[in-house]
Design a protein around this ligand. Sequence first.
Ligand code: SAH
Length: 353
Amino acid sequence: MTPLERDIRTIVDTEGPMTVSEYMELCLAHPQHGYYVTRDPFGAAGDFVTAPEVSQMFGELLGAWAAAVWRQMGSPARVNLIELGPGRGTLMADALRAARALPEFHAAVAVHLVEISPVLRALQEKALASAGVPIEWHPGIEEIADGPTIAIANEFVDALPISQFVKNHDGWHVRTVGIADDKLSFMAAPDPMLGPVADTTPPGTILERRDDRAMTLLSRRIARQGGAALIVDYGHAKSAFGDTLQAVRGHTFTRPLENPGESDLTAQVDFAAIVGWAQRQGAATQGPVAQGEFLRRLGIEQRAARLKNNATPQQAADIDAALARLTATDQMGELFKVLAITHPKLGPLPGFG
Ligand code: SAH
């Protein structure tokens, strides 16, 4: 039994079943045993691989995107370049290297990294040691100084906790995690939160709602202080019913209630929900567009061709494989989507048509 499972059992014993949202939060962010708090999960030897770890092209193109957006904002003398959940710091290091092509932008940038993991923060410090820009770390968005903003969040939102609700014969119930037959088990809160309603969903249907706090704060900042945020993640463009909670360990799927704290626990991003939260704060949105389409519009094919000019045959094959991985519809090209949250006065941004 993992140390976190022991803690969770104690909580359930004393307080009763916990919500799926509380469970997810503990699994990922428990201050001692949380998945992200205790490890570097990325890469071949880790649990999963993200786009910036697939190829430097990803961060470089997003750096060029940020520079173009800065110009569109009127080239402000200072701009907060915020990254939510920077992982190993690879994306930001690649983006800042590409941004040197526009020295006025590079000189205007103050980087703000939002990170809860001390292990990953140490890796980010190393990756960005020679970035040549001021960098601050924050536990949350609300700590970041005011000012025009360009924000990037790659595979951040999928790790924010979701609540689940399950339809039973007498209505919709909050889905919980309790103990049955001495095992962690999904359950439903005994009282329906909503009595019988005239929806036609069959019993057993699951509905998910994500904690909107981070996206609401980000949207409010952009609506009030200007700029744009790029949200890249796996998910769906339209809201839908269904259980999308998934656990990944060592590049294979495991069960979400097995070995809590030892596997990455995420759920699909509902982009329509983010659009709603952003608009409620007075921000506009562009997209979502499929990641493959977005990267092609930013010129990933030309970038790959240029990299291949000075490459060995093996390196050229690796570049082609990375290009396919990031853009092909049967890989990350279609399931991953890109949404921009923007100040309403900012026009169409690169990559969005
Ligand atoms: N963007 C990186 C890492 C994605 S993994 C990449 O693409 O490689 C998710 C990242 O978000 C990790 O850095 C994790 O520590 C961080 N994270 C997860 N939940 C968080 C939260 N609630 N607040 C801040 N950071 C969080």
